[in-house]
Design a protein around this ligand. Structure first.
Ligand code: GDP
Length: 342
């Protein structure tokens, strides 16, 4: 039985908000969509977005769209399955910039989005439209319609995110991260409403890179406060397994920023924001430390090698949120009516 089935039996319909970056986050969002269908809203990082060859490119949004539609390439980990590369070879022949790979199928997404944005549509409208065309059950929304751009300070200067991530292959040490535009960007109103209402049963922070994918979302003015006031429990999933990233530079960046890669650092990062942290069975020895730091901790297999593992982890997160929900509701009631629980 899926988590949605279990929830129907025990707790009525559930609405869940997932905070998500690209590849790692999208895997869990896939599992959550399988469990929850239209009750899932995914708030996606847009700090990786950029304009390239005149095209508006939103890498994390596209990874989420392709993954949830079952179109993503399982081997490469990004882009579409069955992709061809004729555009890139023609571009190379003409001497065009070829450090950022744009497959022929993927190109359709960027051309279509660029055209709609140029015609005056908001990014959220374009994404919702595309999600509908791809037949997704979940609601996929960019964190904001206002531009936020992740910038990476390195010894070789300040790099725009894709220049750091793709062109330089994450090689330069990260000295500092900043999110240009975040101070004035507004949380997407639909998402602000969702957080402000009492219809949410859980917020799940996917196992995306906390520094590159989740922090740009958290940098939006008012978002941390909205999460703190939201009565739904907040569950984060660690992107580290055995102290290492499954893929990408998370552990490298943690070392470079002087945080040190490990469960304790991930817990410290989400303390005060999340109520609970899911860690992998390989890191079970860290559970007591997480609990001592003030976060509830659940140990579960978190490596999502295929659809079954994605759904299993989604079920774990939802079950954990259900347990935490009671505690959080008690906490909120106590805050609302001081002394009522004494
Ligand atoms: P990006 O924006 O495409 O780099 O993707 P994300 O930020 O969403 O995800 C990157 C993070 O996902 C890395 O830190 C990985 O360790 C983590 N990740 C990828 N696959 C898995 C998985 O199966 N389980 C867990 N726990 N983390 C994963």
């Amino acid at each position: 039985m899926t988590a949605a089935g279990k929830a129907d039996a025990h707790a009525g319909p559930r609405r869940v908000l997932a905070l998500c970056g690209g590849v790692g986050g999208a895997k869990l969002a896939f599992g959550l969509q399988a469990a929850l269908g239209p009750a899932l809203t995914v708030m996606v990082n847009t700090g990786d977005d950029f304009t390239h060859l005149g095209l508006a490119i939103s890498p994390d949004i596209d990874t989420v769209l392709y993954t949830l539609a079952g179109l993503s390439d399982p081997v490469r980990g990004w882009g579409r399955a069955g992709e061809t590369w004729q555009f890139m070879s023609a571009l190379r022949q003409l001497g065009g910039e070829d450090w950022f790979q744009l497959g022929d199928l993927d190109l359709a997404m960027h051309v279509e989005r660029t055209g709609r944005l140029a015609g005056g549509a908001r990014l959220s409208e374009v994404v919702a439209g595309t999600a509908g065309r791809l037949g997704l059950a979940a609601r996929i929304l960019p964190m904001s319609d206002d531009p936020v751009r992740t910038m990476v300070e390195t010894p070789q200067g300040l790099l725009a995110f894709q220049h750091y991530f793709v062109r330089e292959r994450c090689a330069p040490p990260v000295l500092r991260l900043s999110f240009e535009g975040a101070e004035t960007a507004r949380i997407l109103p639909e998402l602000a409403d969702l957080l402000a209402g009492d219809g949410l049963d859980a917020v799940i922070i996917c196992p995306s890179n906390p520094y590159l994918s989740i922090d740009p979302i958290l940098a939006l003015p008012g978002l941390r406060e909205a999460l703190a006031l939201c009565p739904a429990p907040v569950v984060a999933v660690s992107p580290l397994i055995g102290g290492r990233a499954v893929k990408g530079p998370t552990a490298k960046i943690m070392d470079e920023l002087g945080i040190g890669a490990g469960t304790a650092a991930i817990a410290a990062h989400y303390l005060g924001l999340a109520d609970g942290l899911v860690i992998d069975t390989a890191d079970a020895a860290d559970a007591a430390g997480v609990a001592a730091s003030g976060l509830a901790c659940r140990v579960a297999p978190t490596l999502m090698t295929g659809p079954a593992e994605r759904v299993a982890l989604a079920d774990e997160c939802l079950a954990f949120a259900r347990e935490l929900g009671t505690r959080r509701r008690v906490g909120h009631a106590a805050k609302a009516q001081p002394g009522s629980l004494s």
